[in-house]
Design a protein around this ligand. Structure first.
Ligand code: AMP
Ligand code: MG
Length: 392
């Protein structure tokens, strides 16, 4: 058996990205930028109004201006203001040449085609968004290593970027083992259970932005498991199995992986849940064999599979907790194993939930994190600091 800390170090030392690809901007959500992105244009590319109001060429003595133009957002004309002239203008519309202030309409009195206002309220440059005030053409606006979020999509689109270089996303296969499994839209026969791991795993992968996912289901039979592993490995960069990796007479996964020339990186971790966890590699392909117990599957995915997947697509610090928070309740456990327990955290602290058995999924109804409790700890008091790993 190997400790949690040693296991994580082994995984970290094996991380390699899968290379780089170009993607249309809209398809890059959830990917990590593989190169710096430069603005294609100045943003804004023309001086424009930040308000609905009046563009003026302000002279400190003057209180009255004549409204000569009406300029809407999208107007492509170039207008020029002369002395004592103003233009009715709207948010986002280009300001005329010689404009040195836009007066918001709320402080303007309109009298026919003339306007007046209190000159004390005018500051030169007010309510004008100047050319390049967000960024200039060829300026770096998003750096290599940045995760493409919806806000980054908006930023890049605002500067005319329509294609980006990102780290490749893996093709992932999931193999579900177990003779007892039934699909949720079928009636259960005595001795059967619903196949919940497939739903949990596919959902977890999709939530990481992985689009290419294949699932296989196989009975507990060595040659069948072996064949399915062979097929799945040929089609994917990353393979996840559930069930059949423990020490029972019908647990064939470890043996079937070895028969497929998968090299062991680690097997059997000093942890609860998820003791039988196996991680291996075949050339550059990753293989994670998770236990069958559904809560162990979600926990092992969160603590091992997710950080690995996020790291190979270019993210940094993926194995780190999101926070170290004070406990809201007490907790007792034997020493020797690291415990990963379902918890609910907020900005004040974290509560360890009831129902920690590895077959029991019900506490995920309220859980939003996994709390790590080190192997040497026997009991924790209220206020003890613990590492918190989010479940989303
Ligand atoms: P195993 O690791 O194959 O011995 O399975 C451990 C426990 O997890 C058993 O109670 C299995 O019935 C259960 N289990 C295995 N696979 C699944 C699955 N896909 N969905 C739900 N429970 C499962
Ligand atoms: Mg099984």
């Amino acid at each position: 058996m190997i400790s949690v800390g040693e296991s994580i170090e082994i995984l970290k030392s094996n991380i390699q990205t899968l290379g780089i690809e170009k993607r249309d901007l809209i398809d890059s959500i959830g990917c990590v930028l593989a190169s710096d992105v430069l603005a294609k244009v100045n943003v804004p590319s023309f001086n424009n109004s930040a308000m609905d109001g009046y563009a003026i060429c302000f002279e400190s003595e003057r209180t009255d201006y004549q409204v000569k133009y009406n300029i809407q957002a999208g107007d492509t004309h170039v207008y020029t203001l002369n002395e004592n002239e103003a233009a009715r203008i709207y948010t986002g519309a280009p300001v005329p040449k010689n404009t040195n202030a836009v007066i918001q309409q709320e402080i303007v009195s309109v009298n026919g085609s003339n306007i007046s206002f209190d000159p004390e309220k005018v500051k030169l440059g007010m309510n004008i968004r100047t050319l390049g005030s967000q960024c200039f053409e060829n300026q770096i606006i998003a750096s290599q290593g940045v995760l493409v979020t919806p806000a980054i999509l908006g930023l890049l689109a605002s500067a005319g970027v329509f294609e980006v270089e990102v780290y490749k996303m893996p093709k992932v296969s999931v193999i579900i083992t177990g003779n007892e499994l039934q699909k949720p839209n079928h009636e259960l026969e005595f001795g059967q259970i619903y196949n919940s791991n497939e739903f949990a795993l596919v959902g977890l992968l999709k939530s990481l932005g992985i689009a290419q996912i294949k699932t296989y289901q196989v009975i507990d039979e060595l040659t069948e498991v072996e064949k399915t592993i062979q097929t799945a490995l040929a089609e994917s960069d990353f393979l996840i199995l559930t069930g059949g990796v423990s020490v029972g007479d019908y647990d064939f996964v470890k043996h079937a992986l070895e028969n497929n020339q998968v090299n062991t990186l680690l097997y059997k971790v000093k942890q609860k849940p998820g003791k039988p966890l196996f991680v291996g590699k075949k050339q550059d392909k990753w293989i994670f064999a998770l236990p069958g117990n559904p809560a162990a599957v979600i926990t092992c995915f969160n603590q091992y599979v997710k950080p690995c997947l996020l790291a190979i697509v270019g993210n940094e610090n993926t194995f780190e907790p999101i926070a170290v928070l004070p406990l809201k309740n007490t907790f007792k456990k034997p020493t020797g194993l690291t415990f990963f327990v379902k918890g609910k955290y907020d900005y004040q602290g974290v509560e360890i939930l009831q129902g920690q058995e590895s077959f029991n999924l019900l506490s995920f109804n309220v859980a939003n994190c996994i709390v790590k409790i080190e192997d040497n700890i026997e009991s924790l008091e209220i206020g003890s600091l613990v590492e918190v790993y989010p479940l989303d």
